[in-house]
Write a protein that binds this ligand. Structure first.
Ligand code: NCD
Length: 448
């Protein structure tokens, strides 16, 4: 039976060039077989012969499928929180067709054996799962994992996410080894020597609530140290290492990244949707942000910061200092989160709300064009991860597509979630942009 799809009469969006045009797409055997720009109908004859389904995209935008460089899918070992099957279903519901799985699983994904486990067809992934295995054995920050073998098995970079690579000499060795393979080291920038026992941002709110806080310097200090290492390696090793800074949340770290980019160093970074939408005032309980006091649905690492830091994250996405939006989707079971604030695990789910939050804040409030907002999830993400045939709609490329109504405003209902966990701060929050279809590798993996 034919597996062909015909997407008719949509608005095709190319994020890299910020261009929109009416058009049709024919998808055959997982690839975009034909693209017609202009008035609908030119592909009708060819499509009628082979299309198993015609999707009427009238009034809808067709964009490249979203790419998330930072998700926790919890397999192996933490399947009470999420599985690769449920996490990738949530990804599909959020418009994502590629996700990068973090290695803080049980056991840590630090070997080819566990990388293969994550990639195995038995995991029943709904969308493409790429993996960023651990930078050090067991993510213990001491001994590098086997980068060459892991790259051959499909690794797109290395990270000890959840923990930083703290020791200077280990981080230097990691950057050198990854640079030799042309892959990034993705750093969780937190000086854990400064954050022990902290459960939120350090500032007036933590002081008021009597909670120990994480300073902005605990983040920026590691970013500044890593940038010094990049510079030193470029000067002494004739290599061009790529540092990717995860979930940047402070003006101070963004200032260091902006400056490093201006000096030509290969630094990229991501910002998470919650850091552009929420602030640490939520922990004190704020109806405007949808929280009650000590609400653990608002606890994650890095923590929600001050309004100034939130605004700096937005400004960095607007001016290109921040390359991409990544969700840091971090599911936890209700019984794990439903404890005292200081004892609750860090992390919130984010795959199903990322586009709605980003469009509301960046496009709705700050006037960023639709194409540039989508680029943060598509073409820019493909560039950061070195994924040459993703992030654009192109004939012959994988048919990874999201079909959505960019103007639809609604309130998010966590009851609609297909994730195994419900730890979102966005229940009831306003969203912009409703997803109607997600197509991954030519298959409809989500339909409203
Ligand atoms: C992450 C998780 O739950 O795996 N949580 C989070 O808040 N980002 C790990 C971590 O980075 O602390």
């Amino acid at each position: 039976m034919s597996d062909a799809l015909y997407l008719r009469n949509g608005t095709l969006l190319q994020p890299a060039s910020d261009q929109q045009m009416p058009g049709d797409l024919l998808v055959v055997h997982g690839l975009v077989r034909a693209m017609h720009k202009g008035e609908s109908g030119a592909l009708d004859e060819e499509a009628r012969q082979c299309a198993a389904e015609i999707i009427d995209c009238t009034g809808l935008t067709v964009a490249p499928g979203l790419i998330d460089a930072h998700v926790h899918l919890r397999e192996p070992g933490q399947t009470h929180k999420e599985t690769i099957a449920t996490g990738t279903s949530a990804a599909a519901a959020g418009g994502f067709t590629t996700v990068v799985a973090m290695p803080n699983t049980t056991p840590v994904t630090d070997s080819v054996k566990w990388l293969r486990f994550v990639q195995a067809p038995e995991r029943c992934a709904a969308v493409r799962v790429l993996a960023m295995p651990a930078a050090t054995v067991g993510s213990m920050g001491q001994e590098l994992t086997d980068y060459e073998a892991l790259q051959k098995a499909g690794a797109v970079g290395f990270t000890d996410d959840g923990k930083p690579v703290l020791e200077d000499n280990v981080m230097r060795a990691a950057l050198v080894a990854a640079a030799r393979l042309g892959l990034p080291i993705s750093q969780h920038a937190e000086d854990t020597r400064l954050t022990a026992g902290a459960s939120m941002n350090a500032g007036p709110v933590s002081f008021r609530l009597g909670l120990r806080g994480m300073t902005v310097e605990a983040e920026s200090g590691i970013v500044e140290r890593d940038i010094r290492l990049l510079e030193e390696i470029e000067q002494t090793e004739r290599l061009r290492p790529h540092l990717h800074v995860q979930h940047v949340s402070t003006a101070k770290a963004l200032h260091a990244i902006r400056d490093a980019k201006a000096r030509g160093l290969h630094v990229t970074c991501e910002v998470s949707p919650h850091h552009i939408a929420l602030t640490d005032e939520a922990i004190a309980g704020e109806a405007m942000q949808g929280s009650v006091r000590y609400d653990t649905r608002f606890k994650m690492n890095p923590p929600l910061r001050s309004a100034e830091d939130r605004d700096a994250c937005i400004a960095a996405l607007l001016d290109g200092t921040a390359d991409i939006i990544a969700t840091d989707h971090a599911p936890h079971a209700a019984w794990e989160k439903n404890v005292e604030f200081e004892r609750a695990p860090n992390g919130i789910v984010g795959l199903e709300t990322a586009l709605g939050v980003a469009l509301r804040v960046l496009q709705g409030k700050h006037g960023l064009s639709l194409g540039r907002t989508l680029a943060l999830f598509t073409s820019n993400a493909a560039a950061v991860l070195g994924l040459r045939d993703l992030g654009a709609i192109a004939t012959g490329a994988p048919a990874d597509l999201v079909v959505f109504d960019p103007g639809a405003a609604y309130r998010y209902d966590v009851g609609t979630s297909v994730s195994r966990s419900r730890n979102t701060p966005f229940h009831g929050a306003p969203m912009l942009g409703r997803i109607d279809f997600t197509i991954a590798g030519g298959r409809v993996v989500f339909r409203r």
